[in-house]
Design a protein around this ligand. Structure first.
Ligand SMILES: [Zn+2]
Length: 213
């Protein structure tokens, strides 16, 4: 699954995985799980995360491949959050091919940049319990106050407009390269990610061309 932050890719990946009965393999969670596993590979990952460094492609691919070797992934898996760059996509193909595997399909959840900015920069959380609101899509009844527990709402630094702009500027160009890479390979299907969640899911399921369970 390929998509920008705010495109709803993670949500859709989870839904699809459960509909298709295959694991949802999210790279962020994988790295955390690898660290907790205490394996040699996990210790390598810990070293990079502890330094606040990016996990190098080779290590990231090793972690992904290790996960794909588990029995529940024998019938396939949905990768979410990886690859993030063209070199990662190329390296993943090479690594999978060694085991006679391949990326069968790339699903791109497309959302316009203005809509991504709107979605990402409108999020507010409550201090007490982290209840989530959106300035436009899901405003609280009283401005700045949580409906459920009356605690004040705040905006995470990540969700502030200037940070959102910087994140998108950093993440979109490599993502578009990944989209181009899979397009060139003839395996990319783009789906409009701006509709309601259920509609996006239906479009993705049609794209996967497998029966809905
Ligand atoms: Zn609350």
């Amino acid at each position: 699954m390929v998509g920008a932050p705010g495109a709803g890719k993670g949500t859709q990946a989870q839904i699809l995985a459960s509909r298709l009965g295959i694991p949802h393999v999210a790279s962020g969670e994988l790295f955390r799980a690898a660290v907790q596993s205490g394996t040699e590979l996990g210790e390598t990952v810990r070293g990079f995360l502890d330094q606040g460094a990016l996990v190098p492609d080779k290590v990231a691919i090793a972690v992904v491949l290790e996960r794909l070797r588990e029995p529940d992934a024998a019938g396939g898996a949905i990768l979410d959050g990886f690859p993030r760059t063209r070199p990662q996509a190329q390296a993943l193909d090479v690594a999978l091919a060694r085991g006679g595997q391949r990326v069968a399909q790339a699903l791109y959840v497309g959302v316009r940049e203005a809509e991504l900015r709107r979605r990402l920069s409108g999020r507010w959380l409550c201090r007490a319990n982290g209840h989530s609101y959106h300035a436009i899509d899901r405003p609280p009844r009283r401005p700045g106050i949580c409906d459920l527990d009356g605690s004040p709402l705040y905006q995470r630094p990540d969700d502030r407009p200037e940070t959102v702009q910087a994140r998108l500027a950093a993440q979109l160009p490599p993502m578009y390269e990944v989209v181009d890479y899979y397009t060139e390979r003839g395996i990319l299907t783009a789906v409009d990610g701006e509709g309601p969640v259920a509609e996006v899911t239906d479009a993705l399921m049609r794209a996967v061309a497998l029966p809905i369970r």
